[in-house]
Design a protein around this ligand. Structure first.
Ligand code: ATP
Ligand code: ATP
Ligand code: MG
Ligand code: MG
Ligand code: MG
Length: 258
């Protein structure tokens, strides 16, 4: 077909190929979830229905994009870690980020009724960004940072909401009470006031959720760590609520370093 005289406008598009041989992390985060959780009367500090729904939506994204090796989520956010050799959409940032965001959002909405017995009262949306990490060390530090954030927020929120729900504090009083307290003091407040040993709180709240794509047994130890499309399709998706800070998490799963 002959080129139309309007076709030159294509040149105004921006090239956005992400640097090759680097780990792409796409992090999505719910827009205004503070308000969204109020509107849908979420249980505080952790509404398990929504965490399960977030995990279900992340699973859909992992199933669709087999170059995603691992995903980490807590609260209203999820980080998707891609194989450093992925060439999907020629590594175009806008394609990758927009597909992840929109598929995650539609899976969240589609699966809502399986997790909640109230209807959706507003339309959720998620922002997304891509960040590149040049090696495993920085990538692991990134995931470490998100998991520590999950832990810190959860300890704060658990103490904050106990003071309100069981201690009769107002929001402002609870905020004042917790101002400047360190972790050990929050543990102590939970234990002495409410008989809660924070260490026994559910792991999903303290550690967040990790989806990994696991090769089937005999393929685990293959030398070059490159998996064919066919092999990737056969891998199983597993969800874990464990520390990804320990070396052990990585050394026992060499297939994550692809
Ligand atoms: P922004 O649009 O800037 O992201 P936001 O209101 O979504 O604004 P976040 O910093 O992303 O702000 O915080 C998410 C909010 O949603 C927090 O208040 C968090 O406690 C709440 N939230 C997310 N998931 C749950 C859940 N499963 N149960 C209870 N509260 C949740
Ligand atoms: P890609 O993922 O690369 O976008 P695609 O299959 O979506 O692949 P497009 O170039 O976006 O390819 O083309 C959209 C296709 O959907 C075309 O085949 C078009 O005819 C079809 N299509 C879109 N909207 C309609 C519609 N309303 N009725 C019938 N066909 C439609
Ligand atoms: Mg948010
Ligand atoms: Mg958030
Ligand atoms: Mg199309």
């Amino acid at each position: 077909m002959a080129k139309s005289r309007f076709e030159y406008v294509k040149q105004y598009e921006r090239l956005d190929r992400l640097l090759p041989e680097t780990y792409i992390v796409i992090r999505i985060d719910g827009k205004g979830f503070h308000k969204f959780t109020k509107k849908h009367d979420f249980e505080k500090p952790n509404d398990l229905r929504c965490l399960n729904l977030m995990n279900a939506a992340a699973r859909v994204v992992m199933s669709e994009f087999t170059d995603i090796v691992l995903a980490y989520g807590d609260s209203d956010e999820y980080s998707f870690v891609w194989s450093k050799s992925t060439e999907l959409y020629e590594r175009r940032e806008s394609k990758l980020v927009s597909h992840v965001c929109s598929l995650f959002t539609s899976a969240f909405v589609f699966n809502w009724p399986k997790h909640f017995d109230i209807p959706l009262l507003s339309l959720p949306s998620f922002d997304g960004r891509a960040v590149l990490y040049p090696n495993m060390k920085v990538l692991r530090d990134y995931l470490h940072w998100r998991q520590v954030d999950c832990h810190i927020n959860n300890l704060y929120n658990t103490t904050f909401w106990m003071l309100i729900l069981k201690g009769g504090f107002t929001n402002t009083q609870a905020e004042e009470y917790l101002k400047g307290t360190v972790s050990a003091e929050k543990h102590e407040i939970l234990f002495s006031k409410f008989g809660i040993n924070y260490n026994f709180e559910p792991e999903i709240y303290k550690k967040g959720s990790i989806w990994i794509r696991e090769p089937i047994d005999q393929e685990w130890h293959q030398q070059d760590k490159k998996f064919s499309v066919k092999q990737k399709k056969k891998m199983v998706l597993s969800i874990l609520h464990v520390s990804l800070i320990d070396d052990d998490f990585w050394t026992s799963r060499p297939f994550l370093e692809v």
